[in-house]
Design a protein around this ligand. Structure first.
Ligand code: NAD
Length: 480
């Protein structure tokens, strides 16, 4: 039986095949005990009519193997083609996006002091659930979904990552001063889990000032854990500031399976010209070797790649007069890395590590006592100069014995009762009803909906208001 680890590879589009070939040659020369199962994904698959960019057989291969090394692909413009990356991440439950980044001055110019940090981004939830609706002429919405298990998985992963890679500090970034329930949950779970890791320093930063720190003082950060959208934005800021967009790889990690890639795209402008720098996907492959428990091979290849960088042997994207010694194409660069296998860089440090796959298991959340205390009705209303007092009167006149109208907000700001005339009003009104008695149930909600419907008001959606475990489980209106 072969002792080689089978992995899935895809050569992708544009420069993908060239940089994948380069990476496979280096893995081979380093003796990495891997065998490859190749799948086709990307542009040709899309254009053959498969809107997801991947066939059923390819899914079977990806699901069979622990690791998938993926070259960049080109998503054709228009035509309803779905992002393959998002599809793969979500279908396979790859909940952690891990992007390490460091500076390599003076070989690569950077806009910051020397830094070495990792962003661990939640990969499945948040606004990326893609649940969007338009229900009035003026207003569209996107649902931000954050779950306790989702927070627990990514935050535990961040701490376990810090432990495995000997990192000293984990910084959580959220906007919980505004989104007290969604971002608040992420921060709360961070505080809970951090208690289990007393040897790791922890801190929380609000994402706006946190992003400014990533842009100007990233050297004070180590591991950052954050929600999907914020992570997406700050990981690009980080790579740009470090000057290492062309060098960085990333990992998308799930339970028992992970996908590795470069952070750049398929660069069609230089495809087939032997100009592409294969370092991004090579660093993706290094993350993969660590993930597979093959850290010795990971370190050997990382050392050879960084030695080549130090020697000034650079592809066109990194070439600079005075720093570089030789401008090379993809193939010659690859030959140089191969000839440096077994050597170490003089100045750049290659971190010691004894990595292993990080598997996170979480307990199911225990059901909490839940009490229905009211409802928000969202109404599409566009008459009487949008005077909220008129809508308030209609609703007050058509209320029920169990539920009373407490307030109306427009885009979150209270406009009834006692709103300010200056507040701008759209056609989208949130009408908050609270229970008059201590016990209400869904029949009382249906009775209210019926009354409002009889008053010819267009209810476009509803949100129940609960107390969960005795705590208010909804936000107050601004001015409530
Ligand atoms: P890109 O990253 O492909 O290219 C941006 C610029 O950087 C180009 O000038 C390119 O020549 C250069 N560049 C990128 N990688 C390089 C490398 N390894 N060596 C040398 N130069 C390199 O971004 P783009 O032009 O916005 O996107 C091109 C295509 O890639 C699009 O179809 C996009 O959808 C796709 N894309 C795919 C992925 C992925 O598969 N993960 C990610 C991003 C973009």
């Amino acid at each position: 039986m072969s002792s080689k680890i089978p992995i899935t590879i895809a050569r992708g589009d544009g420069i993908g095949p060239e940089i994948m070939d380069a990476t496979l040659r280096i893995l081979e020369a380093a003796g990495a005990p891997l065998e490859y199962e190749e799948i086709q994904i990307g542009e040709q698959v899309y254009l053959s009519g498969e809107l997801s960019g991947i066939s059923k057989d390819s899914w079977d291969t990806i699901r069979r193997n622990k690791a998938f090394l993926k070259a960049p692909i080109t998503t054709p413009q228009g035509g309803g083609y779905k992002s393959l990356n998002v599809t793969i991440r979500k279908s396979l439950g790859l909940y952690a996006n891990v992007r390490p980044c460091k500076t390599f001055k003076p070989y690569i110019p950077a806009y910051c002091n020397d830094m070495d940090m990792v962003i661990i981004r939640e990969n499945e939830e948040d606004l990326y659930a893609g649940i969007e609706h338009q229900q009035t002429s003026e207003v569209v919405q996107c649902l931000k979904l954050i779950s306790r298990p989702g927070c627990e998985k990514i935050i535990r992963y961040a701490f376990e990552y810090a432990k495995t890679y000997d990192r000293k500090k984990v910084t959580c970034m959220t906007k919980d001063n505004i989104m007290k329930h969604t971002d608040g949950l992420f921060h709360e779970v961070f505080k809970e889990i951090s208690k289990e890791y007393p040897d790791i320093e922890t801190e929380h930063r609000i994402i706006d000032i946190g992003s400014a720190v990533v842009a100007t003082k990233p050297e004070i950060l180590d591991v950052v854990v954050t929600l999907n959208l914020y992570g997406d934005i700050i990981s690009d800021i980080m790579a740009q500031v470090a000057g290492s967009v062309g060098l960085s790889g990333s990992a998308n990690v799930g339970s028992g399976r992970a996908m590795f890639e470069a952070i750049h795209g398929s660069a069609p402008d230089i495809a087939g010209k032997d100009m592409a720098n294969p370092s991004g996907i090579l660093h993706g492959a290094i993350l993969m070797l660590d993930y597979l428990g093959l850290s010795d091979y990971a370190k050997k290849i990382e050392a050879a790649a960084l030695k080549t960088l130090e020697e000034g042997i650079h592809t066109g994207d990194l070439y600079q007069e005075g720093i570089s010694t030789k401008k090379v194409g993809t193939k010659e660069f690859t030959d140089s890395v191969i000839s440096n296998l077994g050597k170490s860089p003089n100045k750049i440090q290659v971190k010691e590590r004894n990595a292993h796959p990080i598997e996170i298991s979480i307990e199911p959340t225990k059901p909490q006592p839940k009490k229905l205390v009211g409802i928000d009705l969202f109404i599409d209303w566009n008459s009487d100069d949008r005077n909220p007092d008129v809508l308030g009167k209609i609703l007050e006149d058509n209320s029920t014995d169990k539920l009373k109208l407490k307030m109306i907000t427009n885009r979150g700001v209270k406009v009834y009762p006692d709103g300010m005339p200056e507040t701008f009003k759209t056609d989208h009104w949130r009408c908050r009803y609270v229970s008059k008695s201590s016990e209400i149930n869904n029949s009382d909600i249906l009775e209210l909906l019926s009354a409002v419907n009889n008053a010819k008001q267009d209810v476009i959606k509803t949100e129940n208001l609960y107390e969960i475990a005795g705590e208010r489980a909804y936000s107050l209106g601004q001015g409530e």
